[in-house]
Design a protein around this ligand. Sequence first.
Ligand SMILES: NC(=O)c1ccc[n+]([C@@H]2O[C@H](COP(=O)([O-])OP(=O)(O)OC[C@H]3O[C@@H](n4cnc5c(N)ncnc54)[C@H](OP(=O)(O)O)[C@@H]3O)[C@@H](O)[C@H]2O)c1
Length: 265
Amino acid sequence: MSDGPVVLLGCGRLGSAILEGWLLTNAVAPTDIVVLTPSEKPAAEVARDGGATINPPLETLREARCVVIAVKPAMWREALAPLLPHLGEQAVILSVMAGVTAPTLAEGVGPWPIVRVMPTTGVARGRGVATVYAADAEARALGRALFAPMAVTVDLPDEAAMDAATAVAGSGAAYFYAMTEALARGGEAAGLDADTARTLARATFVAAAESAGDEPLTELIGRIASPGGSTRAGLNVMAEGGRIEALMTEVVAAAVRRNREMGQN
Ligand SMILES: NC(=O)c1ccc[n+]([C@@H]2O[C@H](COP(=O)([O-])OP(=O)(O)OC[C@H]3O[C@@H](n4cnc5c(N)ncnc54)[C@H](OP(=O)(O)O)[C@@H]3O)[C@@H](O)[C@H]2O)c1
């Protein structure tokens, strides 16, 4: 694997999180980082202070080992096109875009190997989740090397699983937050004032996440929900007619559909 610069194309919400994660974990040495961004970004300025290069002439990208595409799916062709004539044959194209498939990327990119990575913004704190798919073994290894220091990283054997993985890992935090809001509203309906309900629900959500560890979730549930107890009574309502599974199946399916639609550009 070559040791050349890693080019980050796009420094928005996810691009900035990736940059912060690299700086935090040294997954990429700061002096190996090149950021291409149309506007100034705080994360890019911090990276510059650490030795990264921001918006150099494109002719300097010949030695790049990787280009990480972190622009919106509708923008990638236009954003990537000016770089392509300047890349050497060792380069790997890494996309973190939702929905844009490897064959679609290959069509617009040309001969370079492609790896798709779907990270969460938790990479900024070194605590993300990332799924990796590449047909090419070296490209997959590079994807892992760039993300494993800052994310629980899972290889997907099949690209078709990427949209589902994105819906679970990429969107999942928002679903847990929405569930926490709903729990608070449930508390309000049962007589708590809104602030108290929100404080309790949120603190419980954080504590539950912190204590999740590696144990099977059914065991964790069993420790709280004794047979015939009040937690079990609530869980029974969630399980009635399979409604919690049915709800989350629909939620994930909707996110998968939307990922596919967005990738059609
Ligand atoms: N946000 C997430 O949690 C998340 C998670 C998984 C995957 N993704 C994927 O990550 C990608 C970016 O999402 P995002 O949420 O970070 O969007 P975003 O905040 O809108 O960031 C996109 C960035 O692309 C930059 N950009 C536009 N044209 C460019 C060009 N020609 N060259 C270089 N940069 C250019 C924009 O710069 P300006 O700000 O200067 O306009 C913007 O900062 C998307 O494809 C999305 O599917 C995001």
